[in-house]
Ligand binder design. Structure first.
Ligand SMILES: CC(=O)SCCNC(=O)CCNC(=O)[C@H](O)C(C)(C)COP(=O)(O)OP(=O)(O)OC[C@H]1O[C@@H](n2cnc3c(N)ncnc32)[C@H](O)[C@@H]1OP(=O)(O)O
Ligand SMILES: CC(C)C(=O)C(=O)O
Length: 520
C-alpha cells in the first residue's frame, strides 16, 4: 500500500484571503459540507480571532464535520489568538490548532522584529500553550521557503520537541524551485530528531506558477500532508490547487508511492460550488476543472479523440465528475468532427452532400468563434433551400445610416447562371434590397410578414429571417434564410419565398397545360 497523503483544505482560510472571495458563515458551511463529502482530511475553517464571523464559522464547521475530518483554526504565536481558537474549536470532535510565526530573515527582522532566539522561544511557547487545549497542534514556519535552512532545522526541531503533531513548511511567497524546496524537506527529514513521529506538511503558493510542482516535489521528499485550496484560490497568485495535486497523485501513484482518499468524482462539483459562492470564475484552461479541460476544438485532436479518447486525454472526465469530453466545432474542425456531430443530431449525408455541408460549415465557422448545433441545423436547412433555388444570390451590398439614403446593390443569378445586377433605394436597408430583388424577379406579391431571430448565442450569432409573401391569387408562401449578416439572411429569405411562389406557379401552369391537352 502506498503512503497516504493527507489533504488539508484551506479554501475557507487562505482561499478566502483571495481579494473578493470573502464568505459568510452560511456560505462557508455549504463549502465545508462539500469538503466532507469529498473526504478531505483537514478543513482549515478560519482564523478565529480575526472576527466574530470567522469565530462562528470555525465553531459551526467543527460541529458539522463531526469525526469525518479534522477541523483546524489558524492563529499567530500569540496567547490570545490560541485561546480564542481553542474556544471556537471547543465542541469540535477532531480539533487542531495551527500556530506559528515567520522564520525568514525578512519576516524576523522587518515584520516580527525578533531575533532567531526570540522566535524559537515564541514557537516553543505557542506550541506548548496550544497543547494545553488540544492534542493536535500544527506548527507553521511561515516563509520557510526563504529561510536560512540551519535556522529552519533548529526551529522545527524546537516545535517537534515542544509537542507539535504536524510541522508545516510553507513556501509562503512561492519563491522556490521545486527541487530546492524538495531538498529542504529532505534535509529536515534527515536532521530533525523525532520528525518521523510527526506529519510533515507543505503549504505552497503560486507566485511563479509552481505551487503544484512544489507540493509534489515535497511529497517525493517525504511530506505526507498537502495544504491546498479548491480552484487554487488564495493570497496573491493563490495556493496549490487541490484538484491538481489530487489528480497528479492519483495519476502517478506508483511513481510517487502515494495516494489520497479524495473522492475525485466530486472535484468538478466542488470547483463550481466555490466559484459560484465566491464569484471568482475559473479560467477556462485551468487544469482538471476549467471549462476547456476536456474540450477539443482542432480537427486533428477531434479526429483522434473520436477514434480513441486517450489519444488526447490523460484523465477520463467522469473520474473528476466532469461529464464527458466535448467536441467544440470551430473553423479548425475537420470532417471527422462535423460528421460525428451531424450524426449525433440525426443527419446522414452521402459524401457529396456532406462535402457541400462541410464547405458551408467552414464559411460559418470563419465568421464565428464556435459553431453550435442550431448553426448546423441552419446550415442544413439553408442547403435544402439552395437546392430548390430558381433565383440565387450572387452578391448584396447596402449602404445606410444617418443621413444616407439606404441603397442596395444586388447581383442575382438565374437558373442558367446569368448575372442580373441592379441598384435600388429604400426606406431602410432591407427595403432597398427587396426593391432591388423586385426589379429582377418580377412576380406580383405583397410582403405580409418579416421576422428575424438569432439562432445561437453571442454577437456573432447566425440571424435567421422568416418572411411571408402573398401572391396575387391570395396564396401565402414562406421563405427562410440564415447567415451571420442579417442583410444577407433577409435577402435569402425573400428569394426563398419568391422561388417557392414561382415554382408553384410553374407547377400549376404545367398542370393546367396538361389538363388542356387532355381535354383536346
Ligand atoms: C501567510 C498568511 O496567510 S498568515 C494569515 C493571514 N491571515 C490574517 O491576517 C487573518 C486576518 N487578520 C486579522 O484579522 C488581523 O490582522 C489580526 C486579528 C490577526 C491581528 O490584528 P491586529 O492586532 O490589528 O494586528 P495587525 O494586523 O495590524 O498586525 C499584525 C501584528 O501581528 C504580528 N504578527 C504577525 N504574524 C505573527 C505571528 N505569526 N505570531 C506573532 N505575531 C505575529 C505582526 O508583527 C504585527 O505585530 P505588531 O502590531 O506588534 O507590529
Ligand atoms: C499561515 C501560513 C501557513 C500561510 O498561510 C503561509 O505561509 O502562506
Amino acid at each position: 500500500m502506498s503512503r497516504k497523503i493527507a489533504i488539508f483544505d484551506t479554501t475557507l482560510r487562505d482561499g478566502e484571503q483571495s481579494p473578493g472571495a470573502s464568505m459568510n458563515t452560511e456560505e462557508k458551511l455549504i463549502i465545508a459540507r462539500q469538503l466532507v463529502r469529498m473526504k478531505v482530511d483537514v478543513i482549515e475553517a478560519g482564523f478565529p480571532i480575526s472576527s466574530p464571523g470567522d469565530f462562528k464559522s470555525v465553531q459551526e464547521i467543527g460541529r458539522i464535520a463531526g469525526d469525518a475530518c479534522t477541523v483546524c483554526g489558524l492563529t499567530r504565536a500569540v496567547d490570545r489568538d490560541i485561546e480564542v481558537a481553542a474556544e471556537a474549536l471547543r465542541t469540535a470532535k477532531c480539533p487542531r490548532i495551527h500556530t506559528g510565526l515567520g522564520v525568514s530573515p525578512s519576516h524576523l527582522r522587518d515584520k516580527l522584529r525578533m531575533t532567531e532566539e526570540q522566535a524559537i522561544a515564541r514557537a516553543i511557547h505557542a506550541v506548548k500553550y496550544a497543547r494545553n487545549f488540544v492534542d493536535d497542534v500544527e506548527f507553521y514556519a511561515e516563509d520557510a521557503g526563504r529561510s536560512d535552512q540551519e535556522f529552519l532545522v533548529r526551529i522545527i526541531q524546537a516545535a517537534v520537541k515542544a509537542g507539535a503533531t504536524v510541522v508545516n513548511i510553507p513556501d509562503t511567497t512561492g519563491y522556490n524551485m521545486p527541487w530546492d524546496f524538495g531538498a529542504r524537506i529532505r534535509d529536515l527529514r534527515e536532521r530533525v530528531d523525532g520528525i518521523e513521529d510527526v506529519t510533515i506538511s507543505v503549504h505552497t503558493h503560486n507566485d511563479l506558477g509552481m505551487a503544484t510542482a512544489l507540493a509534489l516535489e515535497s511529497v517525493r521528499n517525504g511530506a505526507t500532508q498537502i495544504e491546498c485550496t479548491i480552484n487554487g484560490l488564495g493570497e496573491r497568485a493563490g495556493n496549490t490547487s487541490l484538484e491538481e495535486v489530487v489528480m497528479a497523485i492519483h495519476m502517478h501513484e506508483e511513481a510517487l508511492d502515494a495516494h489520497t482518499d479524495i473522492v475525485t468524482t466530486e472535484l468538478t462539483r466542488a470547483s463550481k460550488l466555490v466559484s459560484s459562492i465566491t464569484g471568482i470564475n475559473v479560467q477556462p484552461n485551468k487544469a482538471i476543472v476549467g471549462a476547456n479541460a476536456f474540450a477539443h476544438s482542432s480537427g486533428i485532436h477531434q479526429d483522434g479523440v473520436l477514434k480513441a479518447r486517450d489519444t488526447y486525454e490523460i484523465i477520463d472526465p467522469a473520474d473528476v465528475g466532469a461529464g464527458g469530453s466535448q467536441i467544440i466545432l470551430s473553423a479548425r474542425s475537420g470532417h471527422a468532427a462535423l460528421r460525428h456531430r451531424m450524426g449525433e443530431l440525426g443527419y446522414a449525408f452521402n459524401d457529396e452532400e456532406f462535402e457541400t455541408i462541410y464547405q458551408s460549415f467552414l464559411e460559418v465557422a470563419d465568421k464565428k468563434k464556435e459553431v453550435y448545433d442550431e448553426d448546423l441545423e441552419s446550415i442544413v436547412h439553408e442547403r435544402e433551400r439552395v437546392s430548390a433555388a430558381i433565383w440565387t444570390l450572387g452578391a448584396v451590398q447596402v449602404s445606410c445610416g444617418f443621413p444616407l439614403t439606404p441603397t442596395a446593390t444586388l447581383t442575382l443569378l438565374d437558373e442558367e447562371g446569368a448575372e442580373h445586377k441592379v441598384c435600388a433605394f429604400g426606406t431602410g436597408p432591407i427595403d432597398a434590397v427587396y426593391k432591388a430583388v423586385n426589379q429582377v424577379v418580377s412576380v406580383d406579391n405583397d410582403l405580409s410578414e418579416f421576422a428575424i431571430q438569432a439562432v445561437t448565442r453571442g454577437i456573432d450569432a447566425l440571424g435567421e429571417v422568416t418572411v411571408r409573401v402573398t401572391a396575387a391569387d391570395g396564396e401565402v408562401y414562406t421563405g427562410r434564410g440564415s447567415d451571420g449578416d442579417i442583410v444577407v439572411s433577409s435577402t435569402k429569405a425573400y428569394l426563398n419565398a419568391l422561388n417557392r411562389l414561382i415554382s408553384h406557379q410553374r407547377e400549376r401552369a404545367a398542370d393546367n397545360a396538361a389538363a388542356t391537352a387532355d381535354a383536346q
